[in-house]
Design a protein around this ligand. Structure first.
Ligand SMILES: NC(=O)c1ccc[n+]([C@@H]2O[C@H](COP(=O)([O-])OP(=O)(O)OC[C@H]3O[C@@H](n4cnc5c(N)ncnc54)[C@H](OP(=O)(O)O)[C@@H]3O)[C@@H](O)[C@H]2O)c1
Length: 388
């Protein structure tokens, strides 16, 4: 199968390298590159050249960003090309529209690489859903923030110091906001909830990150037998679902707590299979390139042709995600119990109410840190409290 690559950066080069070294049945025939970097005979700066090439059956998009990626993906689908993308931003923003275009033109829309890099999470969820209903998912979906929290816990170092080291090692962007404020995990949570629950997921989910996490916060949680991880999570009950992105104080003995460095771990619960965990490299040129090549092979061999039907009448109901929350803040919060030095716990909040209370506390004390405090079961990950 001849394919075209849109974007020749970290992920695009990984795809090209894997195909040329290991997968002779595929050929990267065309590459969309910026006009001042046309260094390879396969390269063009014109997307129209790629659309006009009838030998190209599939388009891999790894440029990133919303536009022009969205326009190019729609044009590729409407021209009858299969699409594979690693671009979580464009999928989270336009999933329904892309899925409808793929269905209308009888082509595949593949997005394994958009969530969890090399981990076969999306295909795993799709496989589970052939038999089961997914009732919840929860995961460490961002390697940068896991690296930061893991290093802070291990070395007792503070956030700014570890962030600078992560930037030096290339694990964190120069502008780390998308990672540390939870926006990257938000996109992955929107996509995961859409695939897991079969619904065009609400975009405005409660979202908070780890920007204000201090080494002393980790020490306080450690004294309570916990550590902090930034999780994207979702729950479904009957015809309702909820999802959120927030730091969660997981049990120190849980698998989540032991996830090292920049690795990811995503968990689902489903009707008959029960709990499944997916662990691996959530980013990087070759792991992410691998997920893309697996999608292309699924398409080329006909092994898998994902279709997404979001017509199900599931309602977004924030009341499904409810629990206790710890705030380390100098702001005065009503109905709070002491949790430790400088910190309080507020019980029975929805994730949405907890996020609103965080905003209130941040207005008084901009260094406030908040983490969910779920009940911890023996040997199991802390789960969100589900309310019927
Ligand atoms: N890196 C990872 O490990 C990873 C993992 C999972 C998913 N992803 C996702 O995969 C996508 C690509 O990530 P990446 O890390 O490979 O980014 P990257 O290294 O910045 O590569 C993207 C490439 O596309 C180029 N580009 C941008 N707009 C273009 C256009 N209109 N025409 C031609 N080329 C264009 C960029 O050029 P300029 O840099 O000059 O703009 C850059 O060379 C993103 O959506 C990202 O979220 C990345």
């Amino acid at each position: 199968m001849k394919i075209a690559l849109l974007g020749y950066g970290t992920v695009g080069r990984g795809v090209d390298e894997i195909i040329s070294a290991r997968v002779p049945s595929l050929e990267v025939a065309r590459i969309l590159e910026l006009p001042d970097r046309l260094t390879d005979p396969r390269m063009t700066a014109s997307f129209d050249d790629i659309l006009a090439d009838e030998q190209v059956e599939l388009v891999v998009e790894c440029m990133g960003g919303i536009e022009p990626a969205h326009t190019y993906l729609m044009a590729a689908l409407e021209s009858g090309r299969h699409v594979v993308t690693s671009n979580k931003a464009v999928v989270a923003a336009h999933f329904g529209e892309l899925a409808r275009a793929a269905a209308a033109h009888g082509v595949g829309l593949y997005l394994e690489a958009a969530v969890g890099g090399g981990i076969p999470w999306i295909a795993g969820v799709e496989k589970v859903r052939r038999v089961d209903e997914v009732t919840s998912f929860s995961g460490i979906m961002n390697g940068t923030t896991n690296y930061i929290v893991d290093a802070m816990r291990r070395d007792g170092a503070d956030f700014a110091e570890v962030l600078a080291e992560a930037q030096r090692l290339g694990y964190a962007e120069r502008d780390p906001s998308a990672d540390v404020d939870g926006l990257d995990v938000l996109n992955k949570t929107i996509i995961s909830a859409s695939v897991a629950f079969g619904v065009a997921c609400e975009k405005n989910l409660p979202t908070s990150g780890i920007r204000n996490l201090r080494a002393s916060d980790l020490a306080l949680f450690a004294a309570h037998g916990r550590t902090v991880k930034l999780l994207g999570r979702g729950v479904r009950e009957a015809q309702r679902y909820a999802a959120a992105v927030e730091p969660v104080a997981v049990a120190a003995g849980s698998l989540e707590a032991s996830v090292p460095s920049n690795f990811n771990l995503v968990t689902l619960d489903a009707t008959t299979v029960g709990e499944l965990k997916f662990y691996g490299q959530g980013a990087g040129s070759l792991p992410t390139g691998n997920a893309i090549v697996q999608d292309v092979l699924d398409c080329a061999t006909g092994a898998r042709r994902p279709t997404y039907d979001f017509s199900r009448p599931l309602a977004y109901d924030p009341a499904l995600l409810r629990g206790d929350y710890v705030y380390r803040t100098e702001a005065l919060l009503g109905d709070a119990e002491p949790f430790g030095e400088g910190a309080v716990v507020v019980r029975g909040l929805t994730a949405e109410a907890a996020r609103a209370l965080l905003a209130e506390a941040l207005a008084t004390d901009p260094t406030t840190f908040m983490a969910a405090l779920p009940p911890t079961g023996e040997g199991r990950t802390a789960e969100p409290t589900q309310e019927g």
